[in-house]
Ligand binder design. Structure first.
Ligand SMILES: [Zn+2]
Length: 82
């Protein structure tokens, strides 16, 4: 499995519909799509969705990956390098 160059955490690369690969946390989690959502999820199809990460289990939108920049303790470094 790939690792984050910055913090060493395991990551997976999810291919986006744009053709680019997005580093994400390897755990696949449930999400609830919401235009006012405070979180971003990457679906296995490579779509970016605004969402909440908790809600009624019976009404979840689907499952996806959390972009690693959302959880990386060194996220600021990712931005600086770009
Ligand atoms: Zn990291």
């Amino acid at each position: 499995m790939a690792k984050c160059k910055s913090c060493g955490a395991e990551i997976v690369w999810v291919e986006m519909q744009s053709g680019k690969a997005m580093p994400c946390d390897p755990a696949i989690i449930m999400y609830w799509a919401s235009i006012k959502g405070r979180h971003t999820i990457i679906t296995p199809n490579g779509e970016t969705v605004r969402c909440e990460l908790d809600g009624d289990l019976n009404s979840s939108t689907g499952v996806g990956y959390v972009p690693h920049w959302a959880t990386c303790p060194n996220a600021a470094q990712h931005r600086r390098r770009k």
